[in-house]
Ligand binder design. Structure first.
Ligand SMILES: Cc1cc2nc3c(=O)[nH]c(=O)nc-3n(C[C@H](O)[C@H](O)[C@H](O)COP(=O)(O)O)c2cc1C
Length: 277
């Protein structure tokens, strides 16, 4: 699934935003574009445009992002206390297009009652699946997910459920998949950034040559980011990612902080080269 991209009304598409999801740049895995917004027509306009431009036929809607600028504009998790608005979006898409649709949600913004109401409403619409990250928006990423509420939500809906949240190790995955055997899919987020081999480990695949494969991956990442983001954009993206990669190569925090102070891409890359030897 792509990171969230803005649902925009026809005539206001900013093509640069869509470069990331060009099928030419996403050949390794099937990609589902994820959209965020709050106007029903903006979703259908954007979906039609992405279908015409790139051939995409399935889409995900983000009603889970808890970041305050997003929530303040009644987007992402900010929509969860407004079931009428979410329903209007889902109704517009499912009644006016033939695209496959899924949603990514939390338990609610302030209360699980918001999620309960939404699940009830969404039962009436043909959705591919619901991804549930079992925290409230108010929790941000703190504490542990509310697994008991996840269990309750799973029972309440007729929709297929995908789980997202705090899978950082093979043991986490095993524990959760034993507890929730009916979950149809497992979404990895920060765990996969902290350990890029986590999916292979969960699948029981051999993960030898980890550092050399990580370096090759990092090299490819930089090569592909540069033409899209330019030097300063690439540096900004890498700095964000290195908060997680530092965990993978067990870089002490002082070294990470020093590296994050570098303001020039070439020097930053040199620092990553010498560290991951
Ligand atoms: C920096 C950051 C950016 C995120 N961006 C998105 C996003 O664009 N779309 C989305 O559905 N979830 C996004 N998430 C949420 C994750 O998909 C996931 O639901 C959440 O982090 C919990 O799962 P995890 O513990 O496996 O990371 C983001 C999370 C973080 C920390």
């Amino acid at each position: 699934m792509s990171p969230f991209l803005p649902a925009q009304p026809a005539g206001r598409f900013r093509l640069k935003v869509w470069q990331d999801i060009s099928p030419d740049l996403n050949t390794a895995l099937p990609l589902t574009p994820q959209l965020m917004g709050n106007r029903p027509e903006a979703f259908t306009d954007t979906m039609r445009m992405l279908n015409e431009q790139f051939g995409y036929e399935d889409f995900n809607i983000n009603i889970g992002c808890p970041s305050s600028p997003v929530v303040r504009h009644t987007r992402g998790c900010g929509l969860m206390p407004h079931p009428d608005r979410v329903e209007a979006i889902v109704k517009e898409i499912t009644s006016k297009t033939n695209f496959r649709l899924s949603l990514k949600m939390r338990l609610g913004l302030h209360s699980p009652d918001e999620g309960r109401e939404l699940l009830h409403r969404l039962d009436n619409y043909p959705l591919d699946f619901l991804v549930i990250h079992p925290r409230l928006g108010d929790d941000l990423y703190e504490g542990t997910p509310h697994w008991d509420l996840f269990e309750e939500f799973h029972k309440r809906t007729t929709h297929t459920i995908v789980y997202s949240g705090d899978i950082f190790s093979v043991e986490d995955y095993q524990r959760l998949s034993e507890r929730f055997p009916d979950v149809a899919g497992w979404m990895l987020g920060r765990g996969l950034l902290r350990n890029p081999f986590l999916a292979e480990e969960i699948k029981g695949m051999p993960t030898s040559d980890r550092i050399s494969r990580f370096k090759a991956f990092h090299h490819d990442l930089v090569t592909e980011l540069l033409p899209i983001r330019g030097e300063s954009g690439t540096l900004a993206n890498l700095k964000e990612l290195w908060h997680y990669y530092a965990d993978f190569i067990q870089m002490p925090d002082e070294e990470l902080q020093e590296m994050l102070r570098i303001n020039d891409l070439a020097n930053f890359l040199q620092a990553t080269e010498s560290i991951a030897k």
